[in-house]
Design a protein around this ligand. Structure first.
Ligand SMILES: [Zn+2]
Length: 127
């Protein structure tokens, strides 16, 4: 908990807006992450709460992306959805439409950023 406080303070000092994926902890715990599901849920849940209030305090925001958003499957360049990437063993892939070579995690992170910006923009327009 102390570590999460320090980590969330360090991150929120650097950024005003942070996008995170609301991960499916059950699936992750089952994939051999070592910790029990409850531990994972509590740890990540507490970390999200810390990020959220520390960002809010400085006028920023934590944007949580729905866990069903296919962040790994979408090509961040052309938007093609590659269902084969659902398989967690696929660490890199080449988009069959635009030919971009993707690192799985990097591509997912860019998609989460794009989706978070889209949500923020929608909220701005609605305000
Ligand atoms: Zn593409």
């Amino acid at each position: 908990r102390d570590y999460l406080q320090k980590l969330s303070t360090a991150i929120t000092k650097q950024y005003d807006y942070i996008m995170v994926e609301d991960l499916n902890m059950r699936a992750m715990a089952n994939k051999g992450f070592g910790n029990g599901k409850a531990t994972m849920d509590n740890g990540f849940g507490a970390f999200q709460v810390m990020l959220a209030y520390k960002l809010k305090r400085k006028g920023g925001k934590l944007v949580v992306i729905d866990k069903w958003f296919p962040s790994s499957q979408l090509c961040n360049v052309c938007g093609y959805k590659n269902k084969k990437v659902k398989n967690l063993n696929v660490h890199s892939w080449i988009c069959p439409v635009c030919g971009t070579k993707h690192d799985r995690d990097e591509n997912a992170a860019i998609n989460i950023l794009i989706e978070g910006l889209r949500i923020l923009y929608e909220e701005m327009e609605a305000a």
